[in-house]
Design a protein around this ligand. Structure first.
Ligand SMILES: *[C@@H]1O[C@H](CO)[C@@H](O)[C@H](O)[C@H]1NC(C)=O
Ligand SMILES: [Mn+2]
Length: 353
């Protein structure tokens, strides 16, 4: 090292220079950090709440319907003795015990199969059962939208009428397309247009771009499975038995097994394998069986069995739209004890292409 080098390094001026330079970079660095933090805060506090939906939806596994079906009318039965001995009815006291205080009072449940954007047939079906928004709770079995020609209007109608329901595989597809496409700018939705199927189905991506934050909130709040509480139970001949716990699940959603594992049906749930057959067999031997209402399986059509109620009867393919209407009635028996009976009826309308 030469003397001059040494002097330069020890030169107080040059040292000052060096430290001046480093503090300059420190200041720049601090400024950048502050700027970035400021921008992040601005985004979190101002921008985020103003933009549509910027958080990924958290899908719910199971939700309780929490509805108490208040008896709609009394029915007189001829053979009181049989009624009293029968297990087809539950006492009013037991019925009260089975419902939490928070339960909302309704008169009927209208459990509807896959609508797939067929708004007109949905309206026809609701007209047929005399739907009253204040007294009836509609519960759809998933796949309310896509395929049919009125998906957006069907969704708005469902929201306006406070429909509840479960998530179908098509709602899940639309949600995932909404999430993957929302930050991309397009001048034309045709970018997404795929060749139309023979039914002229609307494309899920196009649909996903029409959704606003209210739609996204509504769809992403749909659970995979809904605990329906007590539902009517009928044997294979349609005779009413004691009400049982009911569940609604679209089936056909990735990992439906996880959403139904509470009832231990295990491998029965692969819908392609006609899961309902082993499921009914298993439930027949259970002390507390669960009745499952489901959609999705249009290929099989309406499929009503003792413990499984398959409600997708292929409306969007020109077949029928189906619903099971559920209500309760009070019976006063010989000993002046109120008994509650759960009833249901299958209602269908024809759909055409
Ligand atoms: C979303 O669109 C529907 C009509 O399709 C409208 O009724 C609703 O108010 C809209 N919500 C928002 C947050 O823009
Ligand atoms: Mn489906």
């Amino acid at each position: 090292m030469s003397t001059s080098d040494y002097e330069v390094l020890n030169d107080p001026e040059s040292q000052k220079d060096v430290s001046g330079c480093s503090s300059f970079f420190k200041r720049i660095f601090t400024f950048v950090i502050c700027l970035l933090s400021g921008l992040a805060l601005f985004y979190l506090i101002i921008v985020l709440p103003l933009t549509n939906v910027n958080v990924l939806p958290v899908l719910k596994k199971i939700e309780s319907l929490n509805i108490k079906l208040i008896p709609t009318k009394s029915t007189s039965f001829k053979d009181d003795e049989t009624i009293y001995k029968s297990e087809k009815y539950i006492t009013k006291t037991k019925w009260e015990e089975l419902h939490p205080e928070s339960a909302v009072e309704m008169e009927r449940l209208i459990i509807i199969g896959d609508v797939h954007g067929s708004l007109q047939y949905l309206k026809n079906l609701l007209a047929k059962v005399g739907f009253n928004k204040d007294k009836d709770q509609v519960i759809f079995m998933g796949d309310l939208i896509t395929k049919g020609d009125k998906s957006m209007a069907t969704l708005d109608y469902a929201m306006e009428n406070s429909f509840k329901g479960v998530l179908g595989n098509h709602e899940l597809n639309v949600l995932s397309k909404y999430i993957s496409n929302r930050d991309i700018q397009f001048d034309d939705n045709d970018v997404f247009r795929l060749p139309k199927s023979k039914y002229g189905f609307d494309d899920e991506s196009i649909l996903s771009r029409k959704l606003n934050s209210s739609h996204i909130e509504y769809i992403s709040a749909l659970p995979f499975t809904m605990d329906l509480g007590l539902v009517p139970h009928t044997d294979d001949n349609g005779n009413f038995l004691t009400a049982k716990e009911g569940l609604a699940d679209h089936m056909g959603v990735p990992n439906p097994k996880a959403s139904l594992d509470t009832i231990n049906v295990g491998e029965c749930l692969a819908i392609e394998k006609d899961w309902y057959a082993p499921y009914n067999k298993v439930m027949r031997s259970k002390a507390k069986p669960t009745v499952v209402f489901y959609g999705h399986h249009a290929g099989k059509g309406l499929n009503i069995r003792e413990f499984t109620k398959g409600l997708d009867s292929g409306c969007v393919y020109g077949d029928q739209l189906s619903a099971i209407v559920v209500w309760t009635e009070t019976i006063v028996n010989k000993k002046e004890m109120d008994l509650i009976v759960y009833k249901s009826e299958l209602v269908q309308v024809e759909c055409s292409l």
